[in-house]
Design a protein around this ligand. Sequence first.
Ligand code: NAD
Length: 460
Amino acid sequence: MEVIQKELIIVGGGPAGYAAAIRAARHGMDVALVEADKLGGACLNRGCIPTKALLESSRLFARVRSGAFGVKGDVQFFLDEVVGRKDQLVDKLNKGIGMLIQSNKVSYYNATAAFTGEKTLKLSTGETLQGQKILLALGAAPVVPRSIEGIELAKTSDDVLAHRFGDYGKVVVIGGGVIGVELATFFSEIGSQVTILEGLPRILSPFSPDVTKYIGLALRRGGVKVTAGANVKKLVQQEQGIGVVYTEKEKENTVSADLVIVCVGRAPRKIEGLELCGAEFDRGILTNADGQTKKTDIYAVGDCVRGSIQLAHYATARAVSVVDKLAGKPSHTDLTCVPSCVYTNPPVARVGLSEEEAQSAGREVETGKFNLGGNGKSLIAGEERGYVKVIFEKGTEQLLGVELVAAEAPEMIGGFTTLVAMKAKRGDILRSIYPHPSVSEGFFEAVEDSLKQAIHVIYK
Ligand code: NAD
């Protein structure tokens, strides 16, 4: 049996794996990419892109239905067509990645790989590959907590995005993390009665208490019932729908639903025969800061790595920087400066340190905040219930972090990430002129506010 030799084999064609393959090929490496499913991974097929496509439609529907923009009429929401549009654009992007892989001369195998030796992989399509180096980018899959009796009655985000559900008049979302609040936003915008049951004392707990407060209020205004500190006990089949039994402050309650969605995190994936390559797996593949496992030539990146930040753009950046190092090229990416966004209404975005994180890291800070109720463009967009907050280090005046709940927050955070990564000083920012009318003016005013100089703020 012929063994195909490669300089680098990448397993997993998600945002980490396919980006790594393209970069490696551009560095002149002889690279193979193996993907069991479709290129693009969870991000393109079951995550970022499909969710945002659905949210684009639900948002448009909710805006027209609100009558707040002088646009009225008896609009209807055709879920099948909305899902069809989502599928079309996923397909388009998927084909685009295929073309990039092909044009960069990456050897692509649409197959499941399993280790049969330290650096040998057997593919479900019959080939055997041997790599000088192997990079695992296996991704993660939704966690289904078996401790909850009857949990098989619930759907995961994968099911929802593939439209594997029936009635959705009453929706219960278990888990108030990023996926939970985004799906709650979608279903509430299309008219479902939504309840979020979050185990911790607050939703979106990795974000600041301000973010929790603003998004909690936005969800409630949209009719979502948010219950934090809820301990879900079991799901029971009822004559009509599903009963979700949970305790809150030791009191047992039951909420009925047509659709129960479980979004309590995503668990790193494994690969068959992993032990043969010598990498360790304990709630994820263990790697050092360079993405290297216990074995010299075996690397892992993205959501399959234990403790990794489970964000597509982080996975891509990390994968590319690992490949740069393998090729002996410098990598300039600051992997500590990672923006994160939540596509609620209004959306959330943050980068760098929050005020609370900076303080617990012992940094003395000066903050500025601008409430977007005084920002023209936010009022125009109907998303004035947000804010921009900036965190500077006292003394050095270095921008440590930015946090915003605002229309187009995910569009703006990229530029702010550059400022944080380049360690911009307050004076650098104040040299600029921001366009009017724009939501980004709110950022400028927040910077001015850190000096109590924002024009549109009344100081006593
Ligand atoms: P998550 O970790 O963000 O949130 C899960 C939530 O479920 C937490 O708040 C947790 O306290 C809660 N929880 C856990 N067990 C529970 C239980 N038994 N009952 C009630 N609540 C429970 O996980 P996720 O929302 O599933 O998202 C997975 C990953 O994907 C995250 O890392 C997230 O950042 C990423 N993601 C990012 C985006 C984005 O960038 N916009 C979108 C979707 C997902």
